[in-house]
Design a protein. Sequence first.
Length: 440
Amino acid sequence: MKSNIQPAKGKLGILIPGLGAVATTLIAGVEAVKKGISQPVGSLTQMGNIRLGKRTENRNPKIKEFVPIADLNDIVFGGWDVYSDNVYEAAMHAKVLEESLLNKVKDGLEVIVPMKAAFDQNYAKNLTATHVKTGTRYELAQQVMQDIKDFKAKNDCDRIVLIWCGSTEIYYETSAIHETVEAFEQALVDDDKLISPSMIYAYAALKMGIPYVNGAPNLTVDTPALVELAKRTNTPIAGKDFKTGQTLMKTILAPGLAARSLGVSGWFSTNILGNRDGLVLDDPDNFKTKEVSKLGVLEDILQPERNPELYGDLYHKIRINYYPPHGDNKESWDNIDIFGWLGYKMQIKINFLCRDSILAAPIALDLALFIDLAKRAEMSGIQEWLSFYLKSPQTAPGLPAENDIFKQLMKLQNTLRHMMGEDLITHLGLDYYQELVDTL
Ligand SMILES: NC(=O)c1ccc[n+]([C@@H]2O[C@H](COP(=O)([O-])OP(=O)(O)OC[C@H]3O[C@@H](n4cnc5c(N)ncnc54)[C@H](O)[C@@H]3O)[C@@H](O)[C@H]2O)c1
């Protein structure tokens, strides 16, 4: 496959609908790394290694040296928001990074001014939008396409990717207009309210063959119409919802408990957060979208139907409460009721004082770089190998998601090896002992 990958030449434009806490932390972080002020901690593409060949070969290059991903110096950021604050102002408002750090990269942030958003108040009632496009949904999609073309020309970009870092939209399910590309396009013309704002950006991107990543739990490209459009235009897509904080911990811990055949009878998770994301999620309709995204992981990993003695009575509850004093510093508590040998009960308590956007920014960076790689490697449609980064991975219809983070990592690494024509690693390892026997 190696010979099919186009080189990462020229500039990569990363366009972001939603220049809020995650996006501004990403952009400021990349600027700080480029200036040598900080390290890109948490980013596999920048700091991770990958083993190649046998353990005895001792080949462990950095991922960024192994696969041809874009260099940070070749990235240009842009985006849209319902507020007109430039990225420096938005980052100050988000209060994730301290002022002294932001001032060191101010020049690079001030120049990024959001384009007007494609927005519908019904999808995020707690926002008071002041910087929005007007027109029917069809017209909005045309305007977004024009924005992309203008950005690409102005910044002399070779390639573009879109990554949604906008607010979580209200909960909605697919309906007839999401079933086929034709029905979807007719619904755009009809300005059908069942098309959410995120779908307008995604449609515009896919129509132009531009990769789309969904960092929120919104349905967006997880619909038959947009999956079909991605295939028709040979475009890779990935989603949904950045896997940070509590769900990250869940997908690290639950596989370990399942691996040891320990029972779980209850998992109560509660969070407080005070950023704008928390404000939007304070509306029950928006919370429902997040809840569905977060709930799936435990059942997928523990598989109660296959292990009823261990997980058949599992009670899983998730709460998110808006609490302004904590800002972006989300605090989460987990109470996990487990049982062991002969059914004896035990408890695990987790109190994670995390920083939401600090965990999300490197994920957004990796997803943008890898989806650009996928496009250059002529991979199109759903990129399940990127599920490592996602809370509610999009898969082919009828295919159960894999939520175990260790299996997700193996899938990601093997995909990279496959792309580069290296042997896949199964971790079987019998060959080391076979060789020893042969030489006796
Ligand atoms: N922070 C995390 O760790 C994390 C983890 C997983 C998922 N997410 C998701 O990522 C998204 C961004 O999170 P955040 O903390 O940056 O939130 P945020 O509220 O700080 O930023 C979201 C931004 O999107 C803008 N927006 C809303 N609708 C828009 C539209 N139609 N077009 C353009 N802009 C629009 C808002 O004005 C806001 O500035 C949310 O959906 C959140 O649920 C965040």
